[in-house]
Design a protein around this ligand. Sequence first.
Ligand code: ADP
Length: 504
Amino acid sequence: MAEYILSIDQGTTSSRAIIFDRAGKPVATGQKEHEQILPRAGWVEHDPAEIWRNVQEVVGLALTRAHLTRHDIAAVGITNQRETAVVWDRRTGEPVYNAIVWQDTRTQEIVDRLASDGGIDRFKQIVGLPLATYFSGTKIAWILENVEGAREKADAGDLLFGTTDCWVLWNLTGGVRGGVHATDVTNASRTLFMDLQTLKWRDEILEAFGVPPSMMPEIRSSSEIYGKAESSSLLRETPIAGILGDQQAATFGQAAFQAGESKNTYGTGCFLIFNTGEQIVHSANGLLTTVGYKLGDSPAHYALEGSIAVAGSLIQWLRDQLGLISSAPEIEKLAAAVEDNGGVYIVPAFSGLFTPYWRPDARGAIVGLTRFANRNHIARAALEAVAFQTRDVLDAVNADADVALSELKVDGGMVANDALMQFQADVLGVPVVRPVVSETTALGAAYAAGLAVGFWKDLDELSANWQPDRRWEPMMDADERDRQLRLWRKAVTKSMDWVDDDVR
Ligand code: ADP
């Protein structure tokens, strides 16, 4: 009998395949980074063909390392970087352009144009999102308006759109030979096109963006059999049975299934999700309303989300652009060499500020510099920036929710950093808890797939798998916390109002 679930995590920096056992423990992993294509300031692209090649390769790696074959795999789950848009030709399977990544800000003009009639909240009541470059709808519009021949092909019904879950599913299930063109409700809820109530595309919004409905994938639940891997693939005949966007997958992997539960993931960006159950809650404090998950025919669960564009990527920037460190974990030692930030604050508004500010006119700032400041202070300020941004998001969640959050479940690559986690508990004033399995994103997609094929019985069985690993208690005194927060907020104001018409 098949005793494992395979999860494909198509992330922003890499693609991973992780095989999980019944206890939700990872038994083997394959991972491969793909190129970050940065053609000019503000533009971020990936090569969809490279992504698909890497996905196939990491699946092979994981199976080999675990000494397993497809016969041991009960189902496949997919989780993905959200909002990143791929547009391809349904007849050839060739993308018409590189994938435009969620961080990419080239679509600001499209956003401004659409917002000129009704403001950035024009569709918010329906889709839960403000108009922003972040969401995939603006990226599809850009491709149709700027790639030669794309508009004609789209109008002829030859082009398909998908986020990378959809791109992987279509290829995995046969591509041009009858691939399934579908996505799940969580990914669909990040396009700007899906009605949160009906979970269907809204034709008049597609029309406002100039996107033909024929390009759009079918919207399915997060846990059901979408199709089987095609016969020529390594996974042939294995059902693909779970899809969740990465942040929703991490929430599911953290077993935050019920209203009032939440998690914060520290990866390239930082994303806090707060489950609001079957209720659609509209934020008065700059949070997004999104779908949390939907299991088969059961009602959808919704969530409020705080999205921070730059977290781990600030550490990557210190490594790659400034050469301050040669690997991400080195930041911890550098930051620990000084007692405090020396008055230095970094606001990493590289793509503007997301939650709760939504200021596309902001750009990165390092403030509070004096002759005293050194590389250690910069390192420390970078870590602190991640914690301060999370505090801003948590304040918004607490203001929207009836009850304040009493602890924060965390995951993602950066939670390996103990100093950051301690500082996070300090500036939040509530404990921070890390689970034993920190690969919660891949685990969440595995859970969704396993539930669909009866590998796991129900949510209670999954909750029983969740185990705490470490807990950080707040230790900073309240006056010091308030002082630091005051300075952070002042720093944020200094990053705003930077972009003029001729500065992009
Ligand atoms: P993603 O899934 O978005 O690709 P991950 O969850 O794998 O990201 O996290 C990777 C990020 O975490 C990278 O941006 C890296 O800079 C950062 N990171 C990894 N280890 C550390 C560390 N010890 N301290 C601080 N940041 C770290």
